[in-house]
Design a binder for this molecule. Structure first.
Ligand code: DX5
Ligand code: ZN
Length: 227
């Protein structure tokens, strides 16, 4: 079985108690914290920046996976590196010079990744595979949590998995958007190894027992065990 990683998106957490939301989800078995940065320009929503990343960094040694939905993207990258980000991913549409932006992320000491919107071609991978630590396939159009999974993303995952296998180096393949208990196994079969889940995880703790995420994370893992 591949080394599957579950990455709750704090976009769906309760921001009034964000620190506890993060420590609770990690104590419940999450592997990675997915940190969605939206700029009200590249995407029609505005979220959190480096100050919040810096504030949560002392709470955990877990990987903070910063997903930049920002245009232009370069200026903010060193700030996130200083704030303790481990992985920084960006959309090709957010950069004038993709190779340079990937190099900048590496120079700042972080792992680097490219993000593909539902309508964005994987051809952007053609000449930069050697610079990538992660490929992130969006299964919704970016900007909001709680959207429905777009099934075409499965074909794209299969194509990305093929490229990674042919390249022959370990590159994380992450999926983001609409991941739930009832589709995570199918998504894993298509080749993903890292699963962002926002509303599925944080939504599960909202009603009855806030801050309790062990049941939903165990259910996601049980589905992955069937793959
Ligand atoms: C969307 C974000 C996602 C989002 C996922 O633009 O990048 O990370 O929070 O949320 P769910 O899992 O609710 O689709
Ligand atoms: Zn995201």
């Amino acid at each position: 079985m591949p080394n599957y990683r579950i990455a709750p998106s704090i976009l769906s957490a309760n921001f009034a108690t964000l620190g506890r939301e993060i420590t609770d989800v990690l104590a419940s078995g999450a592997d990675i914290i997915h940190f969605d940065v939206m700029d009200n320009h590249y995407v029609p929503n505005l979220t959190i920046g480096p100050l919040v990343c810096e504030a949560i960094r002392p709470l955990t040694d877990a990987i903070i996976d910063v997903h930049l939905m920002v245009k232009p993207v370069d200026r903010i990258i060193p700030d996130f590196a200083k704030a303790g980000a481990n992985i920084i991913t960006f959309h090709p549409e957010g950069s004038e010079h993709i190779d340079r932006t990937l190099g900048l992320i590496k120079e700042c000491g972080c792992k680097a990744g490219l993000v593909f919107n539902p309508g964005t071609s994987l051809n952007y991978l053609d000449h930069v595979m050697d610079k990538l630590d992660m490929i992130l396939i969006m299964s919704v159009n970016p900007g909001f949590g709680g959207q429905k999974f777009i099934p075409e993303a499965l074909n794209k995952l299969r194509a990305a998995r093929k490229r990674i296998d042919e390249f022959g180096r370990d590159i994380m393949l992450e999926i983001d958007g609409g991941v739930k208990i009832d589709n995570i196994a199918e998504i894993a079969r298509a080749g993903a190894d890292t699963f962002v889940a926002g509303s599925a995880v944080y939504g599960a703790g909202k009603d009855s027992d806030p801050h309790r995420y062990d049941t939903v994370i165990a259910a996601l893992r049980a589905e992955l065990a069937k793959v």
